[in-house]
Design a protein around this ligand. Structure first.
Ligand code: DGY
Length: 311
């Protein structure tokens, strides 16, 4: 914010929750730039109220909260924050994978509840991570960073992506499969794809039928990629063993959501990029994208660069 304030007159929303829609609508009329969070829905209707808007800088790598075609149509450049949160998010995905496999959260709850009475051969048995098969859905920056971690744990790694990446296959020693094969062969599955119309509910009842009964699902991408109610049924009926979610549909997940009645699920509040270092870098990047856009220049990380490309 220091960087932004040094460049322009900025009005900031300081509330603990996202600004209500009417506040956004009231305030966009006279602004040239908008620095948004992933909790702000920036759609065509909002852009129509913002006739001077030149740039939207999203403080996130994901930009499914913004209608990109609508922005492009109106000549609004959009920036995001790729790269700086890759390793932090991959760390977190791996932490969730291990916590689910080795039942860390359940163990902690038992200790706090005074249920630790003895050591026992059958208490809280989990699944080995080393030697297991990991399926990665979406081999972008974060998916690849997770593969690197999995290699260190001696996992066999499968991946599915719309684009096959033969160079990465050689570099990471990983194998391409179609989605069904990945689902049926993996012990752990981790999702790292963008949320689009095509990936909405990519993992639902049919996919849980295909997964191993011992299968563990990790999601640190976007909640709506998984059909949460189908996941609830699959976990409840032991069609799969466990899930660990950083993202949910909806967000926040209400405390009385059926998923939270189950022991075989871990849910954390969309914190995969939440390290001091990554969030600082994201902030600086978002400020730089905003300032460049206000100057009419190409932001360092544009989502729709065609807006400013000549010819
Ligand atoms: C993103 O950047 O898209 C994450 O979901 C939050 O850091």
């Amino acid at each position: 914010m220091d960087r932004v304030n040094a460049f322009c007159d900025a009005k900031t929303w300081d509330g603990p929750l996202p600004p209500p829609r009417e506040v956004l609508e009231e305030n966009v009329a006279n602004i040239d730039g908008l620095l948004s969070l992933l909790t702000d829905k920036i759609d065509a209707a909002l852009m129509d109220k913002a006739s001077k808007l030149k740039v939207i800088s999203n403080y996130a790598v994901g930009f499914d909260n913004i209608d990109i075609p609508a922005a492009t149509k109106r000549g609004i450049i959009v920036g995001n924050t790729p790269g700086v949160l890759t390793e932090t998010t991959a760390d977190h995905a791996f932490a969730l994978l291990m916590a689910a496999g080795r039942r860390i959260v359940e163990g902690d709850k038992e200790v706090r509840a005074g249920k630790w009475k003895t050591w026992g051969p059958m208490i809280l048995l989990g699944q080995d991570i080393h030697g297991a098969t990991l399926g990665i859905i979406g081999l972008g920056r974060i998916g690849s960073a997770v593969a690197q971690r999995a290699k260190g744990f001696g996992m066999k790694i499968l991946y599915y992506d719309v684009i096959r990446q033969e160079k990465a296959e050689k570099e990471l020693g990983i194998q391409y499969t179609d989605l069904d094969k990945l689902l049926s062969q993996s012990d752990f599955i981790t999702i790292h794809t963008n949320l689009t119309k095509e990936t909405h509910h990519l993992i639902g009842a049919k996919q849980f039928e295909i997964m191993k009964r011992t299968g563990i699902l990790v999601n640190t991408s976007r909640g709506p990629i998984v059909d949460n109610m189908a996941l609830f049924e699959a976990l409840r009926n032991k069609k799969i063993a466990y899930a660990a979610l950083d993202v949910t549909e909806p967000e926040p997940l209400p405390a009385d959501h059926p998923l939270l009645t189950l022991d075989n699920v871990i849910v954390v509040p969309h914190i995969a990029s939440a390290s001091v270092a990554s969030r600082t870098k994201m902030g600086l990047m978002a400020a730089d994208n905003l300032i460049a856009g206000l100057k009419g220049e190409m932001p360092p990380n544009p989502v729709n660069p065609e807006v400013l490309k000549k010819g």
